[in-house]
Ligand binder design. Sequence first.
Ligand code: PMV
Length: 361
Amino acid sequence: MAQQIFGNPSLKFNNEIPSGKTVWTSPSNIALIKYWGKKPVQIPMNPSISLTLKKSVTTTSIEFQPATNGFDLTFYFENQRNEVFEDKTKKFFLSLTALFPFIEQLQFKIHSSNSFPHSAGIASSASGMSALALGLCDIEKTYFNTLDEKSFYQKASYVARLGSGSACRSVYGGVVLWGKDDLVPNSSDLYGTPVNQLIHPEFLHFQDTILLVDAGQKKVSSRAGHALMETNPFAQTRFAQARQHLKELMSILKHGDLDRFIQLVELEALTLHAMMMTSSPYYLLLKPNTLAILDKIFQFRDETKTPVCFTLDAGPNVHLLYPENEKQIVRQFIESELKKHINENGLIHDQVGDGPKKIEK
Ligand code: PMV
């Protein structure tokens, strides 16, 4: 059913097959209400909501030309041919031929690079998959003229979701909901919905300093983590809690209630990791330095009443969230107390951004 929303058998070149190139920069996002647990095909077990970042981005160029010997694709990551990504992307593109039939008529050369370390618990799959999805929609828009502005981003979000669930939220700037929720008209499990009109402007300027405790590859992939929710004894309670949290957070974000924001966002982060610790087999992604940082945040908040909090992705790194007008005091705190717990070059001062950009030249 879903496939028919954006599937279109007429998206095939009839006469001349073109050559060209499309380049997109697309950001990562950090979830406040976490998506953890899904059903086929990439349908979330609960709605989630995230902040789109500004500086943590993937830039992806898709070059294409007529496929003389059928579909083919080469993939370069940070200027090096990368067979793992090549294989994954080939499979991904071939899974999309009902949505973009022209894929089979083309040969692709893809160059992609990140502004941050790959697989560090910073959602590189979110920025990477959304950049690819935007590129494919751009080819459709350019040559078939089928997508207006709204359907362009909706289809890109839909396609990004098929690559990596959380990627569907990276297609828009600001605050993005993914999943059906009665409070937000037209929200869907199939694609993200920007909700910036419902948000106090303070949150649209929020800062996110990412503290890289360990920039190595994750030991357990998100895919495996989601699958373990199928047998986690707390899963149903967690999904119900996330739905309730979403309602509370929408109200908090609307009214700008920072105290409640802090409590809810930290609870969500710890619950995500609690789900990992209570899966079977269990696993633990937090590191001693992660806990040391959390402890210091609690202490700093107690002592100074500064509205700063943490959230966590599926990894040991800490995202420190704070309003723009607290930048000075929080940055001092990071320098004096937190820096000793992170990697060399392990600081990324990011903030909420306004979404992907097409690079025209
Ligand atoms: O998009 P995936 O399948 O990599 O899942 C990522 C889920 C979390 O990042 C842990 C939470 C979220 O909602 O982004």
